[in-house]
Design a protein around this ligand. Sequence first.
Ligand code: KG4
Ligand code: ZN
Length: 363
Amino acid sequence: MRILGIETSCDDTSSAVVENGTTVLSNVVSSQIKIHKKYKGIVPELASRHHLENINYVVEKALSGSGKIDAVAVTVGPGLIGSLLIGTTTAQAISEIMRIPIVGINHIEGHIFSNYPKPGKFAYGKPKVYPVRSKMPKASADAQSYRTSNGVKFPYLALIISGGHTDLILVERFGRYKILGRTRDDAVGEVFDKVAKYLDLGYPGGPVIDKLAKKGDASKIKFPRPYMPGTWDFSFSGLKTAVINYADRFKIPHKSSPAVCDICASFQQACVDVLVRKTLLAVRSFGIKNVILGGGVSSNSQIRSVFIEKGKDENINISMPPFEFCTDNAAMIASAGYFKLKYSKVLNGIINPLPNLELKNWD
Ligand code: KG4
Ligand code: ZN
């Protein structure tokens, strides 16, 4: 069963075709970074305009060579309303013209499912065929034993870390979520972006801080670790202020000076310490030795290596998305759509985008 995925919740226009939730036939991402870079952050109005300009091309490209599709999955929230609307109206039109089911996906759920598709199986080249309505397969009892592409089974703890979210979620099975904690202020990726903006390092901040941190000394500056004891919630805005105050106080001059590399390394270390420690505490508290990561920040090299190392030390099964599925992409939405159609009783119908959509259980 082939699902066409569409993702336009923020600044990436993406469309993908994924077979049976795991085999990626196409994954096209049109990034708007160049456009927003000069404003050092996302300008919502520009984002929706560029989605509108790109969406047809991106969907066409994803469909070309992917053969018959059986359903369309689209991000319905959370996200920027103007951006979401471009994806949802496109998906709705495709569903009606092709007479195939449509399924709405929560963006956070999408990041969880970024652990299911396998990378490197992109197969282009076959002729485009428009499909007829297909029958949905029934839910099967094997759902509970399903594994991520890295072999991690339910139940697991999902740490979703991106520019918009820092969520620790207990996932019991497909579509059964319990949010344990989330950020009370800034998301961790947002703080990477804001620190980078302050230090004039460009946008997005995560990749550049990751790179400069490798040249810095992480023990140089003792930034606070907002562990937030007694709750699974996170809080990163105080850490952001501490970094900005430090740069101000010591008049840290410009871009990649050694002092800036030390700030990047020390700041990143503080983020990694908090994210890893809280996740490992949850592993012990809930007795769940399976952890998955997702979201743009899960491509951070230090976060990945520390989780791998701790996973080995403490016998925890860790799954992280391949790099191409960490930041926003439609393959994760198509994968979520497949499993949602397979294991839930979703109704085919009108899709309404919701900027503050909560993560809901499938039943
Ligand atoms: O998942 P994503 O593409 O969009 C949201 O759903 O928000 O995540 C984008 C975020 C940005 O804040 C970006 O700075 C961050 O992911 N990011 C990173 C890295 N690569 C991207 N943060 C830390 N280290 C990275 N290597
Ligand atoms: Zn995202």
